[in-house]
Design a protein around this ligand. Sequence first.
Ligand code: FAD
Length: 331
Amino acid sequence: MNLNDYRGVLVFVEQRSNEIQNVSLELLGKGRKIADELGVSLMAVLPGYEAKKHAKLLVEYGADKVILVDDKALEIFTTEPYTQALVKVINDEKPEVVLFGATSIGRDLAPRISARLQTGLTADCTSLEVDEDRMLLMTRPAFGGNIMATIVSPDHRPQMSTVRPGVMTKLERDATRKGEIVHVDMKFEKNSQYVEVISFEQETEEKMDIQESNVLISGGRGVGSAENFSLLYDLADELSGLVSASRAAVDSGWMDHDRQVGQTGKTVRPNLYLACGISGAIQHVAGMEEADLIIAINKDKGAPIFDVSDLGIVGDVHKVLPFVIEEIKKI
Ligand code: FAD
């Protein structure tokens, strides 16, 4: 393999129900920075059906070139057609770096593509940097979050990684940014549709993604029971936010796993993160420390959560929360 044949940074843009996912815009932000450091162009590949209306948005968020692969077979994500589309684009464009969101779709797709291209993949990255030899340094937590491992791919291209949603920052949208938009026609391999989509159910309001919410009211073991979470829901309603939880609360069956924040849950970056009865274990903090404003309520003044909080309230959640809700209602 001649490594010099590979140039450019390519971001896989994820759409669900024809809505661009936030993580893809975050990756365009990081991809822009990497592309500028390498002195190469940033490509965004968007597989979907009738998704071309989004192409301009991707340019406005940093892409130099948007590659649309528009086909009915790509309307709803299934692994095989998406894999074929991405493999074709990567083989045509030969980027040196390819980035995916570490979402359920990205985690399914990226390993298959890396296997077909016979290159490596670093999953679940929390940091990406370029070194003086143009090598991508891909960093991710390892050994239960006790160390951060930096992984490189010296002999293979492209260098591929999945990146956790919420850890990279998207650029300011800039309507004056200019970029090229191209269409790629796909000829899928015969019988490549191994999975037939029989029906599609839209997520309900209650299933809204905590990664998309600007306000999170998060509960831990200190909340005490599933019933006690009603206080957190009341406050979330007042602030137009969502309720999330620590792993201890999820393991106790008080909250769905898709609301878990942390190393084995989701990485979140809301404007406000209110931690109620959460101790602040390293694995929890890894998922919320990038929030703009962190407020903690804990009855133990030595709880580590206070070390990462902007504001701390030492007290019993069952007394503090009703007071806060009453005060907010007065505003
Ligand atoms: P606890 O640690 O039990 O803390 C409860 C806190 O509530 C205490 O600080 C206590 O002082 C306070 N409290 C009690 N009663 C009240 C009250 N009435 N009012 C106010 N405060 C009160 N954890 C995650 O959250 N997310 C993860 O993704 C995650 N991944 C992990 C991955 C691995 C490999 C491992 C080993 C662990 C992981 N953990 C994760 C678990 C983590 O180590 C902690 O065990 C967990 O975060 C603790 O949850 P907690 O803070 O709710 O409970």
